[in-house]
Design a protein around this ligand. Sequence first.
Ligand code: NAG
Ligand code: NAG
Length: 331
Amino acid sequence: MGGRMLWLLVPVLFLCGTCWGRYVVEKNSLKVTSPNSLKGIYESAIGNFGVPQYGGTMVGIVAYPKANRKACHSFKDFDISYKSKPGGFPTFLLVDRGDCYFITKAWNAQNSGAAAVLVADNVAEPLITMNTPEEENSKADYLQNITIPSALISKSFGDRLKKAIENGDMVSVNLDWKESLPHPDNRVEYEFWTNSNNECGPKCDSQIQFFKNFKGAAQILEKKSYTQFTPHYITWYCAEIFLSSKRCKSQCINHGRYCAPDPEQDFSKGYDGKDVVMQNLRQVCLFKVANESGKPWLWWDYVTDFAIRCPMKEKKYTKGCAEEVINVYSI
Ligand SMILES: *[C@@H]1O[C@H](CO)[C@@H](O)[C@H](O)[C@H]1NC(C)=O
Ligand SMILES: *[C@@H]1O[C@H](CO)[C@@H](O)[C@H](O)[C@H]1NC(C)=O
């Protein structure tokens, strides 16, 4: 693989730029099987806490509490329990959004014996991901103990469920996580965000360790077509007003368009950010070529070998070393 080829690949890196910070609301579908008037498939957004049953389904009966409808308090205080009787269907507890954190609602629902919690939105809007609170002091020491899955449903669907329950209908639903995994061709697709920088303390060390540990599994999954992975490299850009600064010049290529932080945080010694950008580019290039020749797994060999054979610590993080490692592969 010649050096010239690298430059053809700048657009690849650029493409990756467009997926920065991409924000995905993980959705699954909620299938109502009875009553007839509600039969159908509805969208729901999976909370980022609890344990979603990826690849599986769960059947239950929806209950809407008579009191504590926002589930901000323990249901014990209201003498309400949703423990399913032996042989009975599990309860999917429908609660209203608002007044307290989503995780508080999930925790109270779980303690009441519910098997899942459906939070009905209180405004008509596109579904969002129910987040764990960001505040450190939110006292969510029970967060890790939440095991029941949770899903946000739209206000209109919530209203229809409530109405059916009020009418005394038995609302039976099937929460389906099969669709929440991307699997256009029965493969799981995953993305791996990385950086070729190999001297940044514990973070870089743990990344190298991860390469070593996961490589074997990743390659088997890829060779057997169980997965399709895409590595991504983060790049920064330099704001226009700093373009002529020393910082931009040493950290960027292409006139400040693609940058990486200086590995030692010291512009006067060691490697510069632009060395990292160039090596990232080589790795993106290698992936592209390997992928096109049907051997995407070679990327794992390359990044692992590169990290071991071309460490910054030994001043070997160079084009020469990178190419020596690349030449081992006959792609
Ligand atoms: C969460 O689970 C751990 C381990 O089972 C337990 O020690 C802890 O008390 C639990 N926390 C809460 C708030 O229930
Ligand atoms: C890798 O190759 C597959 C199959 O040819 C293709 O669908 C996929 O988009 C490629 N990935 C990248 C990042 O080019």
